[in-house]
Design a protein around this ligand. Structure first.
Ligand SMILES: [Zn+2]
Length: 306
């Protein structure tokens, strides 16, 4: 795997050189982004691309208190068409994010992009192995929406509406054997995101909103150094729980890792005060867990050190 990756890397680097796209370095919020693009120029211009990268890095840095790694190489592959088309993140041994972007990507598409925030979020979690991809993909899926709300880049309604619509895809289907053993797209992305939402709610309930999932994942990122570390999932969850003083992550994992346990999502939305309203949602502040919902979407400054 590593050898093949290195060969691919060499090919991309050569392509970048051949197209004349000189690597450039952006410094933002304590992280050094080394940016290379291959396959030509973007119609939107380099300034729009740089603003997108800076904004995405600032969103992730704000959620984690600091950007998860001091430096990351970003390889942009110019593709036909528009939009931000997909990406992947590596850390062997240095942080590397590869994203395919359409030549005709617009400033508006870059402004509302989720892909770069998702990929940068991957840098904060240790490598937990393929059996636990649901944790890395679920966390990136969950954090992307909330971190963008914190930064004013996405509306709270939009994120809750997406969760209300998509999270049922993370529920166990017939034959499910738990998150560690059921590697479908729905269980990996939305089953993992569901785990994160339930953990966030549980931490906030138990701590009377003094702590949340972001305090747990900040501690995990700080203790591990992020994706370049390979940690057993038990150590990741134990580290997160210890930082917030609950057993939320470990208890949920014990329940969901090897069984088709089905959480009562309609009851969760009702308690949080998230009510379906056509394509959007109505947020009900009379709901019992409305203060938890507010706390999830409110940016927190510093993780208090104890
Ligand atoms: Zn991902």
């Amino acid at each position: 795997m590593t050898g093949a990756r290195l060969l691919m890397l060499a090919a991309v680097t050569l392509a970048a050189t051949a197209s004349g796209g000189a690597p450039r370095v952006l410094a933002v919020d304590g992280v050094r982004l080394q940016v290379e693009s291959s396959g030509g120029d973007f119609n939107a211009g380099a300034a729009a691309i740089d603003a997108w990268l800076r904004r995405s890095a600032a969103i992730v840095a704000a959620y984690y208190g600091t950007f998860p790694v001091p430096a990351v190489r970003i390889e942009l592959r110019v593709e036909p068409g528009a939009g931000v088309q997909g990406g992947s993140t590596y850390a062997d041994p240095d942080a590397l994010i590869r994203v395919r972007v359409g030549r005709e990507v617009t400033a508006a598409q870059l402004e509302s992009d989720w892909v770069m925030v998702h990929e940068m979020t991957h840098l904060a979690l240790p490598d937990v192995g393929p059996a636990h991809a649901w944790l890395s993909e679920g966390l990136a899926t969950y954090v992307e929406g909330i971190a963008r709300v914190h930064a004013g880049n996405r509306s709270e309604q939009d994120v809750w509406a997406e969760e209300l619509r998509q999270m049922p895809r993370g529920l166990p289907q017939a034959g499910d054997a738990g998150l560690d053993r059921t590697h479908t797209w729905g269980r990996t992305y939305w089953g993992g995101a569901m785990f994160c939402l339930m953990a966030d709610v549980d931490i906030r309930r138990r701590t009377h909103n003094a702590r949340g999932l972001e305090d747990a994942v900040r501690a995990i990122a700080r203790a591990s150094g992020g994706l370049k570390a390979a940690w057993p999932i038990e150590r990741v969850l134990r580290t997160g729980d210890a930082a917030v003083g609950t057993m939320s992550l470990e208890d949920l994992y014990a329940r969901m890792k090897d069984s088709a346990w089905t959480p009562d999502l309609p009851a969760l939305w009702r308690d949080l005060g998230v009510e379906s309203d056509g394509d959007s949602v109505r947020l009900n502040d009379a709901a019992p867990l409305a203060p938890v919902r507010h706390a999830i979407m409110a940016p927190s400054a510093e993780t208090p050190r104890s």
